[in-house]
Design a protein around this ligand. Structure first.
Ligand SMILES: C[S@@+](CC[C@H](N)C(=O)[O-])C[C@H]1O[C@@H](n2cnc3c(N)ncnc32)[C@H](O)[C@@H]1O
Length: 272
């Protein structure tokens, strides 16, 4: 249900107030680990209770609750299957932009659920996940074993780690889903490392603030994401690569009413 009229003014004022009052943080590797090591550990008990893969991929009582979110750029209060939307957005872009994909890597795979979803739909595709936080990797391995879905996961910092940590073979394509958002000024380094480990290219669904609309909510979103030190200058970084071509699409649908994500498809030149 779209939020309109007085309710809309009230909600935007609240969001603006929170954004302006928030202290500015500096996001480092230890900030990310501090947030996600604990966060992913909480899913141990949740995974335990999930009897089916489907229930793990869309968590009842958690992800199906109505929230204030952004749907096609409209502020709504609704229950919306965001994980499915994001996964389908990545798959649609891959299908449209690349021929014959037989292997995929996710960088910053968190709990590893996106890859279980993909593997279940396309059993012939080899799937690999790299994740910074060991608790995410552990949870992902446990879920893949529990639901009998053949995906492999390993711990990796895709910005700083050296070659020996890339333990999986080069894949046709790679993707990130809200993982580059966590590395404010290192996205070019991350993209270089990702491209070094794929044949064709990569797809990224990320909040690229430079693409946010110049509406009140868009501007509050820019301020808020600057305060929490999310990804900046992503496209500027991409333009410095001489051996790629890229496309972008605004999706403007997100769990956060201040977030207007973009999908970038990066292709290594001379690959299809
Ligand atoms: C918002 S979560 C998204 C997780 C997953 N992509 C998903 O859609 O559910 C961001 C993830 O990126 C990971 N991450 C952040 N920086 C990373 C890095 N340098 N190398 C590997 N993973 C990283 C975090 O640990 C976290 O698990």
């Amino acid at each position: 249900m779209e939020i309109t009229g007085f309710e809309k003014i009230k909600e935007i004022s609240k969001l603006g107030y929170i954004a302006l009052r928030r202290s500015r943080i500096s996001r480092s590797k230890s900030t990310v680990q501090g947030e996600y090591e604990n966060g992913w550990k909480q899913y141990e008990a949740i995974l335990e209770k999930c009897d089916t893969l489907e229930s793990w991929l869309y968590l009842k009582g958690i992800e199906d609750q109505p929230i204030i979110c952004n749907i096609n750029g409209k502020m709504c209060f609704t229950s919306y299957n965001m994980p499915e939307f994001n996964r389908q957005s990545i798959l649609r872009t891959m299908k449209n932009e690349f021929d014959q994909i037989s292997s995929i890597t996710e960088f910053g795979s968190g709990l590893g659920r996106n890859l279980l979803y993909i593997k279940k739909l396309f059993p012939h595709i080899q799937c690999y996940g790299y994740e910074l936080c060991v608790n995410g990797v552990e949870m992902a391995k446990r879920a893949s074993k529990k639901f009998g879905v053949d995906v492999q996961y390993s711990q990796l910092d895709f910005v700083n780690d050296s070659e020996e940590k890339y333990v999986f073979p080069k894949t046709d394509v790679a993707f990130t889903m809200y993982a580059l958002e966590q590395i404010p000024l290192a996205s070019s380094k991350a993209i270089q490392n990702i491209l070094n480990h794929v044949h064709k290219g990569s797809v990224h669904i990320e909040p690229v603030v430079e693409n946010y609309p110049m509406t009140l909510r868009g501007v509050i979103g820019k301020i808020d994401h600057w305060k929490i030190d999310y990804l900046r200058n992503f496209e500027k970084g991409l333009k410095k690569f001489s051996d790629i071509a890229f496309t972008k699409e605004q999706v403007n649908t997100s769990h956060n009413p201040l977030m207007y994500p973009s999908i970038y498809c990066v292709k290594k030149i001379n690959s299809k």
